[in-house]
Design a protein around this ligand. Structure first.
Ligand code: HEC
Ligand code: HEC
Ligand code: HEC
Ligand code: HEC
Ligand code: HEC
Ligand code: HEC
Ligand code: HEC
Length: 414
């Protein structure tokens, strides 16, 4: 027993040393001996079987779960748990390109509108829409509402903003919250009534900038694409993956085709939703999963129209819609042409002779500009369908945007 314990601690030391060497790829030999000792199937059959079929099958569980062997050997394994790691670093040691591009940030405006501010506090939306605070008078968004920026700051910008916050918001800002939502995590029940401050206090400091990490879209055991957002899963169970396209409307993520899956990854966050206390002070976390034209009837029927807030000037409850990128994409020419969000926002780029997926989720115009300038990460994702040069297409995009902006300004005045 003493010898066994000694060996286990020696192995544990190796494990922690390797985990400490964050950005260095561990040598495969280091873990071969560890892997040979691991025997987890008796107690974790589903995970182990899924894992055995995956591209990760060659890795030791301990490569992501430090402390697994001590856990396995413990009299009561439930009391000696291994590490569960939601940090990007736990993938970055082997997938450096994806991790580095995911954390890319290039402040500046690619086109004429919006853009990626270096400091969002210096780019309030009221700069572009001076009447915004009047249009949503009385809503929390009048306290502070800024231009968005890179995924590198998803959680940071949420923490720093002055608006009231609630735990449900964190489903789109922090991967462990979305993953454990509805369950108990670090001693707290994660649901609509959880305290935002208490949940934030449990998120490790080093992930408090990006918050949302790799496993929001990738199952670490099967390496397959997945969705973890419970509100999206509930919406799909009720209405399918695409309620506006009968032939494509599969009943679950697993049954969806490639195009729909790629849209659903982003639909975990880039949708219209209801979250936090409504006009009636009741808390909810629901994806309407409907086109704007169908929202009014749905909210009336489902929530008596109390889902959002009461307008301070007209004194009536109204809909405050968020960022329905997915819903506006439905029924578009692009959707019909077979494109997904990934087609334009995550182009393939050549890295040391291998085609890899850029994880820099930014304006496709930035890829176009780099492509024209011959810079790394330049890509022309539009070239799959358009035969015109990128500069021509770029000018066309700006023409369309100028038109949309004029319409928005007219609507704002109306
Ligand atoms: C004798 C049974 C047993 C064995 C063997 C075992 N585990 Fe566990 N494991 C448990 C129990 C019990 C829990 C806690 C309850 C739960 O979360 O299901 C647990 C939890 C975990 C968790 C979740 C920890 C958390 O904080 O939620 C991980 C990860 C884990 N085990 C990995 C492993 C790995 C890797 C191995 C093999 C090297 C292994 N286990 C071997 C019984 C076992
Ligand atoms: C590439 C990293 C990685 C590897 C390798 C890995 N895991 Fe995990 N594991 C995770 C992450 C991340 C989670 C958190 C839950 C999730 O994202 O699915 C997790 C969660 C778990 C859980 C808890 C499940 C739950 O729902 O709370 C168990 C049990 C587990 N792993 C067992 C294993 C076993 C056994 C192996 C080896 C056969 C293994 N893991 C290999 C990354 C990994
Ligand atoms: C110790 C090294 C290592 C770590 C850590 C690791 N991976 Fe991998 N991963 C691999 C290897 C090896 C492959 C298979 C070869 C390849 O595609 O490069 C792979 C493949 C993948 C693939 C492609 C699967 C396919 O079918 O093409 C995805 C996605 C992936 N990993 C995601 C992750 C995520 C997410 C994490 C962190 C939770 C992670 N990996 C952590 C080594 C690792
Ligand atoms: C976990 C939630 C989540 C997921 C999943 C997600 N996003 Fe985001 N995304 C955000 C948030 C939050 C922001 C704003 C971040 C900020 O301003 O700090 C954002 C910002 C962006 C931006 C603006 C970036 C910039 O540089 O201004 C683009 C483009 C984008 N996301 C595209 C996508 C695409 C495409 C997908 C799917 C492949 C996706 N996102 C998946 C939450 C998410
Ligand atoms: C918003 C969803 C999303 C997030 C978050 C995400 N990925 Fe991916 N990832 C994808 C998509 C989509 C692909 C392309 C899959 C394909 O073509 O089969 C991909 C592909 C990959 C691959 C396969 C090789 C390649 O480049 O095509 C690896 C490895 C990978 N991702 C690792 C990561 C790591 C590491 C992180 C965290 C830094 C991460 N991913 C975060 C959506 C995501
Ligand atoms: C045909 C290519 C294409 C497809 C498909 C596409 N987008 Fe975009 N997206 C763009 C372009 C072009 C812009 C405008 C960028 C600019 O103005 O600089 C944009 C802008 C955005 C922005 C705002 C970025 C910012 O800086 O504020 C987000 C968020 C976004 N897209 C998410 C998505 C999501 C989610 C999907 C899938 C439902 C999707 N996109 C599908 C091309 C595409
Ligand atoms: C999957 C195929 C596909 C991809 C990829 C694609 N497009 Fe398109 N694009 C289309 C289709 C289809 C139309 C509609 C043509 C029509 O109506 O005749 C279109 C039309 C356009 C128009 C004209 C819109 C108008 O109303 O005048 C612009 C501008 C445009 N695309 C820009 C882009 C940009 C920029 C990208 C890359 C970021 C891109 N497209 C990627 C298929 C695609």
């Amino acid at each position: 027993m003493g010898r066994k314990w000694l060996m286990a601690s020696a192995l544990m030391l190796t494990v922690s040393l390797v985990v400490a060497a964050r950005w260095q790829a561990p040598s495969p030999d280091d873990f071969a001996a560890v892997k040979a000792k691991e025997d987890c199937r008796d107690c974790h059959r589903a995970v182990v079987d899924r894992y055995a079929q995956s591209a990760h099958a060659g890795l030791a569980c301990s490569q992501c779960h430090a402390g697994s062997l001590t856990h396995q050997e413990a009299d009561d394994p439930a009391k000696v748990l291994p590490v569960v790691d939601f940090r990007i670093e736990s993938c970055a040691s082997c997938h450096r390109f994806q991790a580095e591009t995911y954390l890319m940030d290039e402040p500046g405006t690619a086109g004429l509108y919006g853009g990626t501010p270096a400091n969002p506090h210096e780019h309030p939306k009221t700069k572009d829409f001076p009447l915004y605070n009047k249009i949503v008078a009385g809503h929390g968004f009048t306290k502070e509402y800024n231009e968005d920026r890179s995924h590198k700051f998803v959680l940071r910008d949420h923490i720093d903003i002055k608006r009231p916050k609630n735990a449900a918001c964190l489903n789109c800002k922090a991967t462990p919250v979305a993953y454990y939502w509805g369950r108990t995590w670090k001693g707290i029940k994660l649901d609509e009534n959880a305290s935002w401050e208490e949940v934030i206090a449990r998120i490790p400091k080093e992930v408090q900038d990006y918050g949302a990490s790799c496993t929001h879209c990738h199952d670490p055991h099967s390496t397959q694409l997945r969705i973890i957002n419970k509100a999206l899963q509930a919406a799909i169970a009720e209405r399918g993956v695409n309620p506006y396209w009968a032939e494509k409307n599969a009943k679950s993520f697993a049954e969806a085709d490639r195009q729909q899956k790629e849209i659903l990854l982003c639909a975990q966050c880039h949708v219209e939703y209801v979250c936090g206390p409504g006009a009636d002070k009741k808390t909810r976390f629901v994806f309407s999963w409907r086109k704007v034209r169908d929202l009014d009837a749905f909210y009336r029927e489902q929530f008596g129209y109390q889902q959002d807030w009461v307008h301070a000037i007209i004194g009536e409850p109204l809909i405050k819609s968020q960022h329905p990128e997915t819903e506006t994409f439905w029924e578009s020419k692009y959707e019909r042409a077979g494109a997904s969000c990934v087609t334009c926002h995550m182009p393939k780029v050549k890295v040391n002779g291998r085609l890899l997926t850029s994880h820099w989720l930014t304006s496709p115009l930035k890829y176009l500009d780099r492509f024209v300038q011959g810079k790394p990460l330049g890509a022309y994702p539009c070239g799959e369908c358009h035969s015109v040069p990128p500069t021509v297409l770029r000018a066309q995009v700006l023409r369309v945007q100028r038109h949309v902006d004029e319409v928005q300004k007219r609507v704002q005045q109306a």
